[in-house]
Each structure stands twice: as structure tokens, then as C-alpha cells.
Design a protein around this ligand. Structure first.
Ligand code: KIV
Ligand code: ZN
Length: 527
């Protein structure tokens, strides 16, 4: 059951409400004071099936990662293509607040391609497990070691920082791993990375392995965990428990197959559960996650930890009651810390406390009797399986309180033309503050064209962002009702609204116009 209102609460200054058992669990561990965050969203993250970024979008993400404060941005693997080479070069030119790194195999062409981008940090990798040597590289062990040493030395001759990875390290024998990492360090590698390439470790196993490798080499150690068994974050944290000084992560846990360790989870885990310092400005985590969701087209389930829509959302009566008393009752950290806000949603599990708080946050003050009626309506809609967005709760409350909410923006007419070999085009007539405006626009599809035309009519809304757009068909068949839910943002205000119609273009436009009207009301409420 979705939605309702965002609550902000003053006067609660503790950031974390975690367990006292953590302290005794961490006693005696070789935890580093500070852990470096090596972000590979633009390299391993771009290997997520179905994800590719344009050069412009790669640079946009890199800028956001720099703003977030990651220590290293792995920008790509320049040998892959001319476009990749240009993107890495552009990122090197653009970014000064984080180090920029490029991936290379131990081959002259790869290292040269990286150097040609102006890079000063190269991540050299080669597979080391028997499985990879036999079936992929078709190379003997000595050759693998020799080639690694040769091109680490070659890269070092060019004065760059070198990170060395033994790909599939977690399925490579320990003696071999120790040998190749020691030789890599002798050849000049500044940091060694331990990839759990197919995500087959457990926290206990990775802890033991990292301890062993740390004994064998004397440079900082990094960890790179994949999420095939859903353990990437846990394994990364276990590696830090064993003394790893750097963690490879991807925004939103993107990456090959089931992805890499999620940046958001690792960073907040390190801070909240271990008290380890990281450079990341956590208040930009949500903004970064949202940007990568939009540009990658991979949207997170609402239950995703830290940044998912439900991570700080409460519906059940008992929980909302607790959170209103003290957020720590049902939140281990404050939402502001990660750039999100607390939301209480109206639904069949909501209690009266929650409904009152939500309605008051909207600037409405119903009497006890009115509140009882609003509460009854929410429950009965919930029982009928209805989703109640914040705009709907507002509409419901204002109608019970008999406050006619004045819709400033009304749709008078809408024409949409679409078909094969024509550009979808829409024209709209909107009445806004008593005047009529007519505008037309094109779009990538009919919905986009219609929304663009509406936005053009309502001057001053060009800064409004469509943060979420969900379309679902109620019932099967071609006559299904289209049910559209949108989340709109204007400045620091967000609203969720909904439109339902057999015509999906109309459902979308309805949802947008309702949301815009509510945004206007919220702004007027502040004046
Ligand atoms: O998963 C892996 O092994 C990698 C290497 C390139 C480090 O991504
Ligand atoms: Zn990987």
C-alpha cells in the first residue's frame, strides 16, 4: 500500500540507533580508521546487462560521484572502444576531487590505451584460478605471473598508481595468490585488490582470506565483491573487519549478473555499524542513487536498503505511533543522513495518530469528528485494496472538511497524434489562473509529448522534475484501465499523485496535473 506524506521531525539529533552488541563484536578486530571508497559504477556497473551510458551521461555520473566524495572513480576500460576511450578521457579532464582510474589487462595495448587518456591510476587485472587459466586465458601459471609483472612495471615506468587484481581470487589456491600478489608488489603495485568475481564467499571465509593475504603483502588491500548469493555487502564489511583499507562498490549495487556490493549499503554499514570513517558525504546518497536509476534505467525495488522508497516509510499504526514518539523506535538511522525524508503512508494499516500527523503536515487541522471520518474513508479504501497517494489523502481530507480545494490548473483540451513513421505530437489547452494557454510539443512517445505540452502551458514549471512514473494495467485485456502514479519534485517539495483512465495518455496527464495543483497549494501554504 503506497503513499502519503513526508514527515520531517525536529529535535532528534542522534543519527544512529544501532545495537550495543556491535561494540563487543568489533573488539580486537584490525579495523582501519578510515576506508577508501573505490567506485566502479562506470566500469563494472556498466557491465550490468542492458546498461550503457552515453559519454555525456558517464560524465554526469562521474560529476555526481565526485560531489558524493568517493575516493576513486573507475571510469572505464579504454581499450574496449573508441567511445569508451573518449569517455574516460573526458572524465579525467572533468574530475579533480576524486582520483580517476582505468581498467587494463596486462597487455601493452591496454596499458597504452589507459595512458593515452591522461590517466594517473591504472587497475591491472588478470584471472588466476585454474578454471579461468584453462578455459578462458589458455595460459600457464608462470606466464600469468610473468605478464602481470611485466606490465605492472611498464605502467609504473610511466609514473602512475597501479592497483593489481587477481581476477577470481576466491577460487584460486592461497599459495598462488600469495605468490602473484607478492610479485605484483615487488613490481611496484601500490595496492592489491581481492575480487570475489562470482560472489562465492561468506563473511567468515572472506575474513580468513583477507587476514592471510594481509600477512603476505605490505601494501593496502582492497576488496571487490559480487552479489551472486546476496552477500556482497556482508562480505565487503567482513573484509574490512579483517583489515581491508579499500572497498570496490557500485551505486545501487549495479554490476555484472547480480551486481557488485552496493555503495549505499557499504558506506552506511561502515559508518553506522563499525564507526569507520569514509570520505563520502552521505547526504548525497539518495540523489546519486536516483540519478543512476534514471540514467541506467534500472529502478530499485521499494524495499532496497538505505535508498529504496520504503527505507524510511511507515504505514502500520504501531510503527507510526512509535516513530512519532521517537524515530529511533523503528529507524536505525535518520533519513536526512542519506538525503531521504521520512514518509508516513495512509493505508489499511494506518492508525489515527498517523492520519492526524499526515493531515496536519499538509497544513489541515480537522476536528475530532472530521478526523474520524477521514480515518474511516482511508480504512475502507485500504480494505478495498486501493492505493492512497498523498494528493488523494489531501483531496479526501479537504472534502470531509468541506474545504473546496481550488484547482488552479485545469485541462480543457488535449489532442495527441502518434503512429508509425511520425513524431508523437500533442497540443493542449490549459486554463491556469483564469487564463487559457495553448501549446504543442513533441515527445519520444505520446505520453511524453502530452506531458511536455502541458508543462509548456503552465509557465514557471520548467524546473519541475518527474522523479518516478509507474504505469500499470488494472485487469488484463486491451480495455484495461491504465493506472499511473507519478512522483513530482519542485525545489524541495515532492508529491505523489495518481490518474486512472482507460486511456493511458489521459491517466498520465491527469496524474501530472493533480500533482502540479498540489505543488501550487503547498507553495501557497508557505506564503
Ligand atoms: O569481478 C572481477 O573480478 C572484476 C575484476 C576486473 C576486478 O571486475
Ligand atoms: Zn567485478
Amino acid at each position: 500500500m503506497e503513499s502519503s506524506i513526508i514527515m520531517s521531525r525536529q529535535g532528534v539529533d542522534e543519527e544512529f540507533h544501532v545495537s550495543d552488541y556491535l561494540k563487543s563484536a568489533a573488539r580486537g578486530l584490525p579495523l582501519p580508521d578510515r576506508v577508501l571508497i573505490f567506485d566502479t559504477t562506470l566500469r563494472d556497473g556498466e557491465q550490468t546487462p542492458g546498461v550503457t551510458y552515453t559519454l555525456e551521461n558517464k560524465v554526469r555520473i562521474a560529476r555526481q560521484l565526485e560531489k558524493l566524495g568517493v575516493d576513486v572513480i573507475e571510469a572505464g576500460m579504454p581499450i574496449t572502444s573508441e567511445g569508451e576511450r573518449r569517455a574516460v578521457e573526458a572524465i579525467v579532464k572533468e574530475i579533480s576531487g576524486s582520483r580517476v582510474c582505468a581498467l587494463a589487462r596486462p597487455l601493452r595495448v591496454d596499458v597504452d590505451a589507459a595512458l593515452d587518456c591522461g590517466i594517473d591510476y591504472i587497475h591491472i587485472f588478470i584471472a588466476t584460478s585454474d578454471l579461468h587459466l584453462k578455459y578462458k586465458l589458455k595460459m600457464g601459471w608462470e606466464e600469468v605471473v610473468e605478464q602481470s609483472v611485466k606490465f605492472i612495471e611498464y605502467a609504473k615506468e610511466h609514473g602512475v598508481t597501479v592497483e593489481f587484481s587477481a581476477e577470481d581470487a576466491t577460487r584460486t589456491g592461497l599459495r598462488r595468490l600469495e605468490e602473484i600478489y607478492q610479485k605484483a608488489v615487488e613490481a611496484g603495485a601500490d595496492i592489491i585488490n581481492v575480487p570475489d568475481t562470482v560472489g562465492v564467499m561468506t563473511p567468515r571465509a572472506i575474513y580468513g582470506l583477507v587476514r592471510e593475504i594481509k600477512e603476505a603483502v605490505d601494501v593496502p588491500l582492497s576488496i571487490h565483491c559480487h552479489n551472486d548469493f546476496g552477500l556482497a555487502t556482508a562480505n565487503s564489511l567482513a573484509a574490512v573487519e579483517a583489515g581491508a583499507e579499500q572497498v570496490h562498490v557500485c551505486v545501487n549495487g549495479l554490476g555484472e549478473r547480480a551486481g557488485n556490493a552496493s555503495l549505499e549499503q557499504v558506506v552506511m554499514g561502515l559508518r553506522a555499524l563499525y564507526g569507520v570513517r569514509v570520505n563520502v558525504k552521505t547526504r548525497y546518497l539518495a540523489e546519486t542513487s536516483d540519478l543512476v536509476q534514471r540514467l541506467s534505467g534500472i529502478y530499485l525495488p521499494p524495499t532496497t536498503p538505505i535508498v529504496g522508497d520504503n527505507a524510511f516509510t511507515h504505514e502500520a499504526g504501531i510503527h507510526v505511533h512509535g516513530v512519532l514518539g521517537h524515530p529511533g523506535t523503528y529507524e536505525p538511522m535518520t533519513p536526512e543522513l542519506v538525503g531521504r525524508r521520512r514518509r508516513l503512508v495512509a493505508g489499511k494499516h494506518s492508525g489515527r495518530h498517523a492520519i492526524r500527523a499526515m493531515v496536519e503536515e499538509m497544513g489541515l487541522h480537522p476536528s475530532e469528528e472530521e478526523l474520524r471520518e477521514i480515518y474511516r474513508l482511508v480504512k475502507s479504501l485500504g480494505d478495498r485494496g486501493k492505493t492512497i497517494t498523498d494528493v488523494e489523502l489531501y483531496g479526501l481530507a479537504t472534502s470531509v472538511m468541506d474545504l473546496s480545494s481550488q484547482e488552479k490548473i485545469r485541462l480543457k483540451e488535449l489532442t495527441v497524434v502518434t503512429g508509425k513513421n511520425i513524431t508523437p505530437t500533442a497540443s493542449a489547452i490549459i486554463s491556469y489562473e483564469g487564463r487559457e494557454f495553448t501549446e504543442s510539443s513533441t515527445g519520444v512517445g505520446p505520453i511524453d509529448a502530452a506531458i511536455n505540452a502541458v508543462k509548456r502551458c503552465v509557465k514557471g514549471f520548467s524546473d519541475m522534475e518527474l522523479e518516478r512514473f509507474f504505469l500499470k494495467a488494472i485487469t488484463g485485456g486491451t480495455d484495461a484501465l491504465g493506472d499511473v502514479t507519478v512522483r513530482l519534485r519542485r525545489g524541495d517539495k515532492t508529491v505523489t499523485s495518481r490518474g486512472v483512465s482507460p486511456d493511458i495518455v489521459m491517466a498520465s496527464v491527469e496524474a501530472i496535473i493533480r500533482g502540479m495543483n498540489r505543488l501550487i497549494e503547498m507553495e501557497e501554504g508557505e506564503d
